[in-house]
Design a protein around this ligand. Structure first.
Ligand SMILES: Cc1ncc(COP(=O)(O)O)c(C=O)c1O
Length: 407
């Protein structure tokens, strides 16, 4: 088999983005300004939300969202263990405590386990590796794994019953949609909760290089997020320096420096217009992979749940059936790399990471689904301009490894 190179991800950037960035550079206004405002307005329209606040990362959006809903030192926040570092580290920024919960087979947080954890905490029992006394339980952060939405109807019901705020980590979820059943309306990921947080990091479904967006329908939360995104100043820099603005501002809180630049927004404006086309192309890649790989005993392909989900397909993560292979996941990835295929693993569960183990005495064995699934996860290349030829090459590489190492 001739070795080719298929990268894990390649952004789709055309002259639209390049010309808009050049226009921004020539305009003389580089930081938060008219292009950011345009991107915010168009993004809010795309997800059908009242407010969209452009930021320099999704991590910033998650941090500001938790701060805005009132998470304070010592509070507990429920978070999936199967997620990226950012989802939980923002809880620590506020000196609050992450209460990890296991995922279901879709790799999204399991609402039944969320309910069990809440009831166990209320009864004062040791829960999720934490021991009493507990702080106040304030919020849940569901994360839409790979752009497959969580069971939001159940989580919303839980949030309402126990008076918990919900912040969606929709880093992978643009565009992605969910409905509880076929009679319900489709709604965009990130718009089910108090605040939805999106990422435009380089390898995300749409990119601004680095960037993020917080969306909410709540005027007070939007005001607080905007205020805290720029030093807690009650008048933003654009207004201060433009003809329409005033030189005068007041600092009303110790805020952060999380604003998006116009250079980034210039890219985002055009990526946003192509987002649905990108999604359809990624869905076609996912469909082709599933055709190629289904029926292969060594591999499980991701399920689609088309009645209730429109998946963004940010990730295409297969699971190895390790009992059908003579090699483990690490060796399988090495074989893929030898065949020129870029791949990744999303993720080693956070409760197995040294920082959380050392800080909270968490141990392996607490969250069996995440622990058993992560050992067999491999994320394959997926990006809008990936050709079927490339997909078939990756599929062929997987089949050849499965042939060489099957048992
Ligand atoms: C699930 C999840 N949440 C949050 C983030 C953080 O996004 P950003 O890099 O924009 O801060 C990422 C980034 O990969 C992610 O995968």
């Amino acid at each position: 088999m001739e070795v080719r190179r298929v990268p894990f991800f390649k952004p789709s950037i055309s002259t639209d983005e390049i010309d808009e960035v050049v226009d921004t550079l020539r305009s003389g206004w580089l930081t938060t300004g008219p292009k950011v405002r345009q991107f915010e307005t168009e993004f809010a329209g795309a997800v059908n939300a009242r407010h969209a606040i452009a930021l320099n990362s999704c991590t910033a959006a998650l941090h500001l969202a938790l701060e805005a809903v009132g998470v304070e030192s010592g509070d507990l926040v429920i978070v999936p263990t199967m997620t990226f570092a950012a989802t939980a580290e923002v809880i620590r920024y506020l000196n609050a405590v992450p209460l990890f919960v296991d995922c279901d087979q879709t790799l999204c947080i399991d609402p039944l386990k969320v309910r069990e954890a809440i009831e166990s905490i209320s009864a004062g029992n040791p829960t999720g590796g934490l021991k009493p006394p507990f702080g106040k339980l304030k919020a849940i952060i569901p994360m839409h794994y790979g752009g497959h939405c969580c069971r939001m109807d159940e989580l919303i019901e839980i949030g309402a019953k126990y008076d918990l705020k919900i912040i969606e980590d929709a880093a992978h979820g643009f565009p992605a949609y969910y409905r509880a059943d076929q009679e319900s309306e489709w709604k965009h990921a990130g718009t089910f909760s108090d605040v939805g947080c999106f990422s435009f990091y380089a390898n995300k479904c749409i990119t601004t290089g680095e960037g993020g967006m917080a969306v909410t329908d709540d005027d007070d939360l939007a005001d607080r997020i905007r205020l805290m995104s720029l030093h807690g100043m009650n008048n933003d820099a654009w207004k201060r320096y433009s003809d329409r603005g005033s030189w005068y501002y007041e600092i009303v809180a110790a805020g952060f420096k999380y604003n998006m630049t116009d250079i980034a927004a210039a890219i985002g404006i055009h990526q946003l217009r192509k987002a649905e086309m990108f999604r359809r192309k990624r869905a076609a890649v996912a469909g082709r992979y599933s055709e190629q790989l289904s029926g292969l005993p060594a591999v499980e392909t991701p399920q689609d749940y088309t009645n209730t989900r429109i998946n963004s397909w940010h990730l295409y993560s297969i699971r190895l059936n390790l009992d059908r292979l003579t090699i483990d996941r690490a060796a399988f990835i090495e074989e893929l790399v030898k065949r020129g295929v870029g791949c990744s693993v999303h993720w080693k569960p956070l409760h197995m990471q040294p920082y959380y183990q050392d800080s909270y005495g968490l141990e392996a064995g607490l969250f069996p689904v995440a622990e058993s699934e992560w050992r067999r996860l491999v994320s394959l290349p997926i990006f809008p301009d990936m050709t079927f030829d490339e997909v078939d090459y990756v599929g062929g590489a997987i089949k050849s490894i499965a042939d060489d190492y099957s048992c």
